[in-house]
Ligand binder design. Structure first.
Ligand SMILES: Cc1cc2nc3c(=O)[nH]c(=O)nc-3n(C[C@H](O)[C@H](O)[C@H](O)COP(=O)(O)OP(=O)(O)OC[C@H]3O[C@@H](n4cnc5c(N)ncnc54)[C@H](O)[C@@H]3O)c2cc1C
Length: 511
């Protein structure tokens, strides 16, 4: 590892505020979640002579896996694909609990000495690009003191996730204030909540509700999952038998790579099958549900969505825990629309009432791309929702800015890893070429299509704030690991679209 990265940056770079000198690094990463830690690892590995800093708004590493603390918090994709490409997942459970994922991210950061390059409690508020200087000035607010501090960098890579950390999504249900019990959003789970023996209603039918309901049902008096409409649910064992067998017999990294590819290919196969033969896949999913529930259970009402499989994300039920809770009677699904809250619980539009001591609003996330950062390019405010995404990691007409955004139909880290590795290739290419600026200029004839083609409520609500993708390469988002692997790992950096330039040449041309 390069000696500069070995030095504790605290002594090398002092945070500047007010009029003092502004510290400079080659790359700033925003966010110390799975994406930020993974990107830092790739930078250290592939660009060891480049300096970098991670600015993290919170006090800890882990992002999602540190923020969410609700009962049963777990992944809903397997850790062989949610884990980093470079670090084998060694635990028996492939569908892992939140604390194990958090330890995995933190251990990665500690072992690679990434921690020393993280500035915690630095919430990035704005980023201003200057083409003349070929650098970003990044301004962050210190969440402990409110002080504004500035840094400069040549490249800015946003690993800030995809949702608002300060607020979850909560529909404006009538008379919510009249409810006399406890109202809880899963994004802000109170540590002191004792639900033993309590009547609980969980509003929602997504991955969060499907995790919380069977877990709370173990101790609560009774748990109702109240859904407006059903979601496709698929049960899988939380342990991967093949993976555990291979891990005992092969070196850890080899076993990990084999299982990772097995899972990538299986996921691709099922996704493509769902797109080509939705009726067949729907029938198979419902057959699986029927096998796990008592005879005569109303599957048409509670488990049959109005859309096709993979028009929205499927919900994973590890070890059939949700179905077991329903069979035992400790959990129940109610399908209906909320008319209003009442002091005792909820009134539904069809007149039914649900009594509750606790209502959990598992109603989702507020999507937010690139956090709440305000961007300017050469003094002009840049609205990224108007931009076209380039290879799912940059924006048209914005130089030296990239972002990490995972798959909607597969594990996030598969794409985050490819993005980080591509970024390193590009930085190395720029170094060899002597370029200090990379920008994809939008071509006028590229047809725009929505960034995500999911029908989920949280995606539809956010389409206005998301950038667009193009109908053709390299502006098209594949949502397909194999195609992205070909494009990002083996594709040419000089693709005839992205332009690399040097400040001195730009200045001469301008003159
Ligand atoms: C409950 C839940 C379960 C999930 N389960 C899965 C799953 O099983 N499989 C899967 O593929 N995906 C899952 N996801 C998606 C998940 O978010 C990603 O897998 C992954 O954790 C994203 O990592 P990230 O580092 O990109 O973003 P995050 O984990 O969101 O981390 C972003 C970090 O950036 C910081 N940050 C944000 N804005 C700023 C700013 N302006 N300045 C400084 N710092 C900032 C945040 O504080 C945070 O630490 C899940 C999401 C949720 C909410």
């Amino acid at each position: 590892m390069d000696s500069r990265l070995q030095q504790p940056i605290d002594t090398e770079i002092e945070t500047a505020s007010g009029g003092g000198p502004v510290p400079h690094v080659d790359v700033i990463l925003v966010g110390a979640g799975l994406s930020g830690i993974g990107a830092a690892w790739h930078l250290q590995d592939r660009c060891p002579d480049r300096t970098y800093l991670i600015l993290e708004g919170r006090e800890a590493i882990g992002g999602t896996w540190d923020l969410f603390r609700y009962p049963g918090i777990r992944s809903d994709s397997d850790m062989y694909t949610l884990g980093f490409s470079f670090r084998p997942w060694r635990e028996a459970k492939a569908i892992a609990d939140g604390p194990s994922i958090l330890s995995y991210v933190r251990d990665t950061a500690r072992e690679a000495e990434i921690n020393r390059n993280i500035r915690f409690r630095h919430h990035v508020k704005r980023a201003d690009w200057s083409s003349a200087e070929a650098r970003w000035t990044v301004e962050a607010e210190r969440t402990d003191s409110g002080e504004r501090v500035r840094f400069t960098c040549n490249w800015l890579h946003m690993c800030s996730g995809y949702y608002n950390y300060a607020e979850g999504y909560l529909p404006d249900f009538p008379a919510m204030d009249s409810f006399q019990g406890r109202l809880i959003h899963p994004q802000f789970w109170p540590e002191d909540l004792d639900y033993t023996g309590k009547k609980v209603v969980v509003i929602g039918s997504g991955a969060t509700a499907v995790t919380i309901v069977p877990e709370m049902a173990k101790d609560a008096g009774h748990v109702v999952m109240l859904q407006r409409s059903p979601t496709y649910m698929v049960s899988r064992p939380s342990e991967d038998g093949i993976a555990n067998w291979l891990r005992k017999r092969l070196p850890a990294k080899l076993a990990y790579d084999i299982v990772r590819w097995k899972n990538v290919l299986l996921q691709l196969f099922f996704f493509q099958l769902a797109r080509k033969r939705p009726e067949k896949v729907k029938e198979k999913i419902l057959e699986g549900v029927r096998d796990l529930l008592p005879p005569g259970y109303d599957i048409a009402t509670h488990f049959t969505p109005r859309y096709n499989p993979w028009d929205q994300r499927l919900c994973l039920v590890p070890d059939a825990d949700m179905f077991e809770a329903i069979t035992k009677g400790s959990a129940e699904i109610v399908t209906g629309e909320i008319e209003s809250f009442t002091p005792a619980g909820l009134l539904l539009k069809d007149g039914r009432t649900l009594d509750a001591d606790i209502v959990v609003t598992a109603t989702g996330l507020k999507l937010q791309l690139l956090s709440d950062v305000a961007f300017t390019v050469d003094g002009e405010a840049h609205n990224l929702s108007k931009a076209l995404t380039y290879r799912g990691m940059m924006f048209s007409d914005v130089p030296n800015l990239s972002y990490s955004f995972g798959y909607t139909n597969a594990s996030w880290t598969l794409k985050a890893d490819l993005t980080s590795a591509y970024l390193c290739r590009m930085l190395n290419h720029m170094k060899t070429k002597g370029a200090d600026m990379a920008m994809d200029s939008r071509e006028p004839d590229v047809e725009e299509i929505p960034f995500l083609d999911f029908t989920s409520g949280y995606v539809k609500r956010a389409l206005d704030i998301l950038p667009k993708q193009g109908a053709r390469k390299p502006w098209k988002l594949h949502q397909n690991y194999a195609l992205d692997l070909a494009s990002l790992r083996y594709g040419k950096i000089e693709d005839g679209v992205i332009e690399f330039s040097r400040a001195s040449v730009r200045a001469k041309e301008a003159a």
